[in-house]
Design a protein around this ligand. Structure first.
Ligand SMILES: Nc1ncnc2c1ncn2[C@@H]1O[C@H](COP(=O)(O)OP(=O)(O)OP(=O)(O)O)[C@@H](O)[C@H]1O
Length: 212
């Protein structure tokens, strides 16, 4: 995947305009960060890109073709970790991997090491801490090796070490030429990494913008 183009994207709910004529371009290797106050429409925007919410109007193009619902090249990490609580760490990745046809024992083990859960692989998800669940959700996100990766507040629940680990993951994806869009309310988390910053305010996207 080379480029994602969002053109004149608008989302209305009832007669409220949540997103108004959003234009955005993300190229291979680029990380775009969206900041904005609570209720600004950040999650709505990511969910539309992920194909989980309908847009009202506008276009989303991937390499100049309309983005298809359920495109397996798109990975989305939302507020909910969507993990199976009664399964172990390993079983979660195995089940997800088999479902998406990307299971491979070596890959799963490698990812578990990457997110520092290798020694927890036989633990049930229900017994993990919030930060550990978030790290497992990250591993699951990366398992199908998506080209476009969407992160909604991915630093939630992560301690210093977890934050560092996520920064390393973001950098690795940049080097691999992935397209990344990340929503956060605090860009201070993102020190030591290159990114393009936008502020979403009253439904409009403004380039740059201060931290909030
Ligand atoms: N299904 C829905 N029905 C009605 N209103 C909705 C719906 N989904 C979102 N909204 C409204 O759209 C606005 C944007 O919500 P959204 O969750 O995208 O904001 P956000 O920027 O992600 O906020 P936060 O930082 O609090 O997560 C909010 O005012 C919300 O109430």
């Amino acid at each position: 995947m080379e480029v994602l183009r969002v053109k004149q994207l608008t989302k209305k709910i009832g007669y409220r305009t949540i997103l108004s004529n959003i234009n955005l371009e993300v190229s291979s290797g680029e990380l775009v960060v969206l900041i904005g106050p609570n209720g600004a429409g950040k999650t709505t925007f990511l969910r539309i890109l992920a194909g989980l919410t309908n847009k009202t109007s506008g276009e989303i193009l991937i390499d100049n073709k309309p983005c298809k619902i359920g495109d397996s090249r798109i990975g989305y990490l939302g507020h909910q970790t969507m993990l199976y609580n009664l399964m172990t760490v390993y079983e979660n990745l195995e089940t997800f991997g088999r479902l998406y046809g990307c299971f491979n024992d070596e890959k799963v083990e490698g990812l578990l090491k990457k997110v520092n859960l290798y020694f927890n692989k036989y633990e049930r998800v229900a017994n993990l801490s919030r930060g550990m669940k978030q790290r497992l959700a990250l591993a699951r996100l990366l398992l199908p090796q998506p080209d476009l990766i969407l992160y909604d507040e991915p630093f939630t629940g992560l301690d210093r070490e977890g934050q560092k680990l996520l920064i390393d993951i973001l950098k690795k994806q940049q080097n691999d030429g992935k397209l990344q869009v990340l929503v956060t309310h605090k860009s201070a988390f993102l020190t030591g990494i290159n990114y393009r910053k936008y502020r979403l305010e009253r439904g409009e996207l403004v380039e740059g913008g201060d931290n909030i």
